[in-house]
Design a protein around this ligand. Sequence first.
Ligand SMILES: [Zn+2]
Length: 192
Amino acid sequence: MNCPHCQAALTEEVAACPKCQFNYTDLGGVFGEMPTLKGALSDMPRVLSMREASKVRALLRRFDRQFPQLSFNLLLTTVPSTEPLAKYAFWIFNGPELCSHLHKGGLNFHLLLVIDIEYDRANLSVGYGLEPFLSDEDLHSMLGVASTNIEKKAYGDAIPEIMAKAAEVLHERAEAIPQVYGLRRKRRSNEL
Ligand SMILES: [Zn+2]
């Protein structure tokens, strides 16, 4: 995870960035009270219809089955500031709701999708445990597939697009892992 202020890589959970001293616990002063997440899908402004919300919940359950080690959280909200959404997402991600002490550092396999319906923008953040597998470009490509629908405020279409792209990229990475670690069995000449 990078410092949302100076982009320095943060290697562990710290209250302030060691490089620029940016303190994310102060962000309450900018963003107000931290929203209480309501399970995997938190639609604070209630912009999803009941049908859309149940479709998204079904997709989140499917994601859980496909990637049992990961956890996907989705927050639709109204951000009360034009500060970069990355700062807001960082604040939520490192807040008490999402990051329990059990999931510190490399054991954090969360994905957090924040959609700000006030300024039509989205951010996708991943925990330290997923960073070796997903680059910033990957995260941008996952969001990019939905940029038109986010601009149109068609969140019921945008969210499934992002989740499908995320699942596609994660599958690609998962399939590459045995090769990365040299675990793929080599075919030997004496084998049938
Ligand atoms: Zn910094």
